[in-house]
Ligand binder design. Structure first.
Ligand SMILES: NC(=O)C1=CN([C@@H]2O[C@H](COP(=O)(O)OP(=O)(O)OC[C@H]3O[C@@H](n4cnc5c(N)ncnc54)[C@H](OP(=O)(O)O)[C@@H]3O)[C@@H](O)[C@H]2O)C=CC1
Ligand SMILES: C=CC1=C(C)/C(=C/c2[nH]c(/C=C3N=C(/C=C4\NC(=O)C(C)=C4C=C)C(C)=C\3CCC(=O)O)c(CCC(=O)O)c2C)NC1=O
Length: 292
């Protein structure tokens, strides 16, 4: 068994505590137990789990794993602290707010012989799984993905990083991309923002990503994907699954801890994550150069 600590008790941290207390039976998630949680606030017990200090989490021998569930701007520092203390880390996406920080963190994990896992629940949603099946083997001519959602707190980072889940979809579906142009429109008073990024695929096909957030905007994704043989204008509705999204991620992390995930799969995943973070950084640079 591996003892774990959950760092940061927001939406994601609470789900992690809940899932660790009731892991999917007969899955690798059962190898994890939860020994405590860390929070910057003073909180009561969460489902019987006690708050502990970060110093205790870093030093206790019966804690081998940390779940970093805080806002994005603090991920890098937390990952570094826990890896340096010899703990495996599962971090909610994105692991860092720059490409070079992420690359350094992977190097540190490798040096220490520890698992560093970045959660990607967006790849487990039924709609995404169905979309991936539906377009398998089709040749993209052009496409767009338009996300809308409620406004985020500023410590979630530049929108190409906080929206990394959309980039992950595009890269997982269409392979490596090149950023051609990106713009950001912001209205701080209205807490509104719209990021538009234009990419080319390796086959030189155009893809557009729009990430739009504002107070009261509903979470939604719209696609327009034109292939050689057909055009998709709506996300397919996938079959709902009994296992929750964060639980599916926990099982994958558990399998990594057990050494059950093949090296090629780990490498492909790491390349995808780093490529997405590189794209996020390129987008940020485009936006900041046009803003100047
Ligand atoms: N929500 C989701 O569905 C998903 C979230 N993620 C990722 O998870 C991470 C955390 O996101 P999420 O949990 O949604 O963010 P939250 O805003 O809910 O929580 C972020 C942090 O804010 C602090 N916090 C939470 N509630 C309060 C409060 N009422 N008052 C003061 N502080 C509070 C907590 O830290 P502390 O306990 O130290 O105070 C918490 O860790 C991000 O990296 C995000 O990208 C990824 C996929 C899905
Ligand atoms: C109700 C308020 C609500 C909040 C505050 C919220 C926060 C939230 N949801 C996220 C992702 C996500 N959130 C969900 C789904 C949910 N997450 C949920 O908290 C709930 C109730 C669902 C409902 C199904 C999914 C599937 C993702 C992964 C990214 C995606 O596919 O859009 C993220 C990570 C950044 C991102 O990819 O957008 C945040 C911060 N989600 C919400 O729905």
């Amino acid at each position: 068994m591996l003892g774990s600590v959950v760092v940061g008790v927001g939406i994601a941290g609470s789900v992690r505590i809940r899932d660790l207390l009731a892991p999917l039976s007969s899955s690798a998630a059962e190898k994890l137990t939860v020994k405590g949680f860390v929070s910057r606030r003073t909180l009561p017990e969460q489902h019987g789990v006690q708050q502990i200090s970060i110093e205790e989490a870093l030093s206790r021998n019966d804690i081998q794993v940390a779940f970093v569930c805080t806002e994005n701007s603090s991920h890098e520092e937390h990952i570094r602290q826990f890896l340096n203390a010899g703990k495996h880390v599962c971090v909610e996406y994105p692991m860092a707010l720059s490409y070079s920080s992420a690359a350094d963190l992977w190097d540190l994990a490798q040096q220490k012989g520890l698992v560093l896992h970045e959660e990607h629940i967006e790849l487990f949603t039924p709609d995404y799984k169905q979309l991936k099946k539906d377009i398998a083997g089709k040749k993209l001519e052009e496409g767009s993905l338009h996300f809308t959602g409620g406004s985020l707190k500023p410590d979630f980072g530049f929108p190409s990083f906080s929206g990394i889940a959309r980039l992950t979809w595009l890269v997982d579906l269409f392979g490596e991309l090149t950023v051609k142009e990106a713009t950001l429109v912001e209205d701080e008073e209205r807490k509104y923002m719209k990021l538009t990024a234009h990419f080319l695929t390796k086959d030189q096909k155009p893809l557009t990503w729009v990430e739009e957030r504002g107070v009261g905007m509903g979470r939604a994704k719209h696609i327009h994907l034109r292939f050689d043989s057909c055009t998709l204008t709506e996300l397919p509705a996938g079959q709902r699954e009994p296992v929750g999204l964060f639980m599916q991620d926990l099982v994958l992390f558990g399998r990594k801890l057990q050494g059950e995930v093949p090296t090629e799969e780990l490498q492909a995943e790491q390349s995808r994550i780093l490529h997405c973070l590189q794209l996020a950084e390129n987008i940020q640079q485009f936006c900041q150069s046009t803003a100047a």
